[in-house]
Design a binder for this molecule. Structure first.
Ligand SMILES: [Zn+2]
Length: 252
């Protein structure tokens, strides 16, 4: 039962994530204004705005002007649904709720950085402040159950390391290899992960970055690896993997 609740909550959060992903880069309000058609700007009635079902019912085309709706909406809804289903299945309830909210922010960062190569400060600040406060007040809510010292030190080490790399690259090569967004993001993920997993996130995100570099056409101007996306994906993998492997082993 709890699985289904988490799956449905994931679909709704995925739907809200779509709103944020479209509107935040355009500096539009995410709470008050109603959903409008991406093409003709007509208001979308609620019954055409139900996660997954509306997309299937409308056969992927808008009801008002019959334009193709991006598959991205559906993919993000299903992704969040499955992510929260998994989270609800392998973590105890209070932890699962906390992790779901953190995953929501991280998913926004992954998708927005992928499309726009921007990481918004407000999302990084939410990660940093919530991570530090939880390790101070109620560490059991953190999936890694790390101490306040571990949390804050890992955040500082991440910040220091990436900031030095950024400054060095700028001095020696004259390029912006890392943005300030990446620097704050590694601090934000570090305060949640603690030092041990911090070392893993560096390796996993680098491997994802290398794959991206090898697979994507680099001829386009301004080629840039969306490193924030790579960090976000690595974070989700790291949070889920240990528990998931433990559960699989107990099933065998
Ligand atoms: Zn329309």
């Amino acid at each position: 039962m709890i699985w289904i609740t988490f799956f449905l909550a994931g679909l709704l959060l995925g739907s809200f994530a779509n709103v944020c992903i479209i509107r935040i880069p355009k500096d539009e309000d995410i709470f008050l204004s109603r959903s409008k058609c991406f093409s003709c700007r007509k208001n979308i009635p609620w019954f055409n705005n139900i996660p997954i079902l509306s997309y299937i019912h409308l056969r992927g085309r808008s009801d008002c002007c019959d334009k193709k709706i991006s598959l991205q909406y559906l993919i993000i809804e299903i992704f969040m649904g499955c992510l929260l289903l998994l989270t609800g299945a392998i973590f105890a309830l209070p932890q699962a709720i906390t992790i779901s909210l953190v995953f929501f922010i991280v998913t926004l960062i992954i998708v927005i950085d992928y499309y726009h190569r921007i990481i918004f400060d407000v999302m990084n600040y939410i990660l940093i402040i919530s991570g530090v406060l939880i390790s101070l007040i109620y560490p059991e809510l953190n999936p890694e159950n790390i101490s306040f010292k571990n949390s804050i030190l890992t955040g500082l080490i991440g910040f220091g390391l990436f900031f030095s790399l950024k400054t060095l690259f700028k001095k020696i090569k004259g390029i912006d290899a890392l943005g300030m967004g990446d620097v704050y993001l590694i601090a934000g993920l570090g305060v949640w992960l603690g030092f041990e997993k911090f070392l893993y996130i560096l390796s996993i995100s680098s491997i994802i970055g290398i794959f991206y570099y090898l697979l994507v056409d680099k001829k386009s101007e301004n080629f840039e690896i969306p490193y924030g996306s790579a960090l976000g994906i690595s974070f989700i993998i790291l949070i889920l993997s240990k528990k998931l492997i433990q559960q699989v082993i107990t099933l065998l």
